[in-house]
Design a protein around this ligand. Structure first.
Ligand code: DX5
Ligand code: ZN
Length: 222
């Protein structure tokens, strides 16, 4: 995984057909997805449950790009090895998920993945000030995590603040939640380079009819 700040669109399979992940991933990648975003929820850190490392391992062979795993779980440390072994390229943990996020990020890197740190909407940018030497990605949540299809919380000023803190370090700024063709431009202008999008990518398309996925991705990118 080489580093650059060009805009990358990361469809979230939370909005895909759960009975058909392999084919859905193949469809969005063929339609221009840059990364595949995988939302792991535990019913404890967030009020919803999705799936765990075995599902990640099962979908990994279908991903040609980057498997970007967003852990909305607490505690997190004891599961890092399993998600790394499942083939995650990026593993993101929440700063709010426990008292030892610095250790968590070190452990993610030690397991061979890029380390991401996510911030809930109510958490200030300063929460990552002392984590920048152990992070490869900062994820700014622009919805309260747990569900797809929620409305966007405008946090462009937090993104700009993070970009200033990051300076020339090779750290991605990812946005997760409510990204649409309308909200994307302000986020990119503020410094975001990875845009996660669930509903806005998958709406109107299917494995049988993937062309809308491509149109949706191009609309967000432009
Ligand atoms: C929310 C998840 C997001 C979600 C985004 O908890 O982390 O990745 O899938 O969905 P949309 O793009 O529909 O807001
Ligand atoms: Zn996510």
């Amino acid at each position: 995984m080489s580093f650059d700040r060009t805009v990358k669109i990361a469809p979230s399979i939370l909005a895909a057909d759960f009975a058909n992940f392999g084919a859905e991933i193949c469809a969005v990648e063929s339609q221009g997805a840059d990364w595949i975003h995988v939302d792991v929820m535990d019913g404890h850190f967030v009020p919803n449950v999705t799936f765990g490392p075995s599902t990640c391992a099962a979908i990994r062979p279908h991903i040609q790009t980057v498997m970007d795993v967003h852990l909305m779980i607490s505690p997190v440390d004891q599961f890092i090895e399993a998600f790394a072994e499942a083939g995650s390229d990026v593993i993101t943990a929440h700063v709010e998920a426990g008292p030892h996020i610095h250790r968590t990020l070190q452990a993610i890197r030690a397991n061979g993945a890029k380390a991401g740190v996510a911030l809930n909407p109510g958490t200030p940018a300063s929460a990552v000030a002392h984590l920048l030497d152990v992070a490869d990605l900062v994820c700014v949540m622009t919805v309260n995590p747990g569900f797809g299809g929620q409305s966007f919380i405008p946090l462009e000023s937090k993104v700009a603040e993070l970009l200033a803190m990051i300076g020339d370090r090779p750290i991605h700024i990812e946005i997760d939640g409510g990204v649409t063709p309308e909200t994307a431009p302000g986020l990119v202008a503020a410094g975001a380079d990875v845009l996660v999008a669930g509903s806005a990518v998958f709406e109107g398309g299917s494995v049988e009819n993937p062309a809308p996925y491509g149109r949706n991705i191009r609309k967000i990118r432009s």
